[in-house]
Design a protein around this ligand. Structure first.
Ligand code: MTE
Ligand code: MO
Length: 310
């Protein structure tokens, strides 16, 4: 994102998909419904097919699965969009221990499958808007972050949930480079984290979440720019201090804590007025809060002095 020589949102021609193909795929996906259920391993099945929550609607077709799973941002594997094979061969997501600690009644360490067994899984169709101006529409399986907060039982003084990517340079080659402030860290206020939209994704397109998309646990806050969506989380910490996130540390003039989508507030180096859906030839207008105003605007009425949109 900070690298100036490349315009990261420009898709190579070969990655573009004709409309007919993705419309077909959409019909196919709709027809499959709970595709992915029925595997022998119950823990894996839990991470996959789940009933769709129809409350979260899209106004555009789903992005082709192939694009959403082969055009990624995951700096632990490099600054290229083409890291999916490297992620799949290098990232091992079992066993995976999740720590939940900080300002909680009692710290928890739990294996990811035991955690999933306690969480109410559902599927949601979500928009995703990267700060670089590409966007996508994807079906995530997962659980509301509020369910994890209920499990964690934070103390009344907790003001933020801090989420971190696993630190393990054997799995994440770029974590050997000290230029970056690893591990990738993000945070939400408790009110944001309890908002119904805040979601921990464990699956994508009715299958287990691919490594390149942030397996086994990845945040989705669809009204915020994509860099908020920390991948491969192994640590949830409750704190009374606002964390400084990965991109905020890298470039505080360009990236901040709030990161709410706003088409009227330009990035210092480019406009945020429009976006390019993956697989589409056109640019379309970006919507305030990425189209989720009705769900989240009330979170910010008393925070107008904050830099809410970077
Ligand atoms: N750990 C980690 N999480 C991350 C990133 C990253 O580099 N490392 N990139 C972020 C950015 S900028 C975006 S747009 C999304 C991309 O998610 P996707 O690859 O599933 O589309 O992941 C976010 N989460
Ligand atoms: Mo992004």
């Amino acid at each position: 994102m900070l690298i100036k020589r490349r315009r990261g949102w420009e898709l190579p021609e070969s990655a573009a998909t004709p409309e007919a193909v993705y419309l077909n795929r959409r019909a196919l996906l709709a027809g499959m419904g709970m595709a992915g259920i029925g595997l022998a391993l119950p823990s894996l099945a839990r991470a996959q097919g789940a009933p769709r929550n129809e409350r979260y609607k899209l106004d555009r077709p789903l992005t082709p699965e192939k694009l959403a799973t082969t055009y990624n941002n995951f700096y632990e594997f490099g600054d290229s969009k083409n890291i999916w094979q490297m992620a799949q061969s290098s990232l091992k997501t079992r066993p995976w221990t999740v720590k939940i600690d900080g300002m909680v009644e009692k710290p928890i360490e739990i294996g990811v499958d035991d955690l999933l067994a306690k969480m109410p899984l559902e599927e949601r169709l979500y928009r995703h808007r990267c700060v670089e101006t590409w966007s996508m529409n994807v079906p995530y399986t997962g659980f509301a972050l509020s369910a994890l907060i209920d499990l964690a039982k934070p103390l009344s003084g907790a003001k933020y949930v801090v989420m971190r990517t696993l630190a393990d340079p054997r799995m994440f080659p770029k974590q050997r480079e000290f230029y970056y402030p690893w591990p990738y860290t993000e945070g939400l206020t408790m009110a944001e984290a309890r908002n119904e939209l805040s979601f921990i994704a464990t699956g994508l397109y009715g299958k287990a979440l691919p490594a390149q998309n942030g397996a086994p646990l990845r945040l989705a806050t669809p009204w915020k720019y994509g860099f908020k969506h920390v991948k491969s989380i192994n640590h949830f910490e409750f704190s009374d201090k606002r964390p400084v996130s990965f991109w905020e540390k890298m470039g505080p003039d360009e990236y901040g804590f709030w990161a709410n989508v706003n088409p009227n507030v330009a990035h210092p180096r480019w406009s945020q007025a429009t976006e390019k859906p993956l697989g589409s030839e056109e640019r379309i207008p970006t919507l305030m809060y990425n189209g989720y105003t009705e769900f989240v605007a009330a979170l910010y009425t008393d925070l107008q002095g904050e830099k809410l949109y970077k």
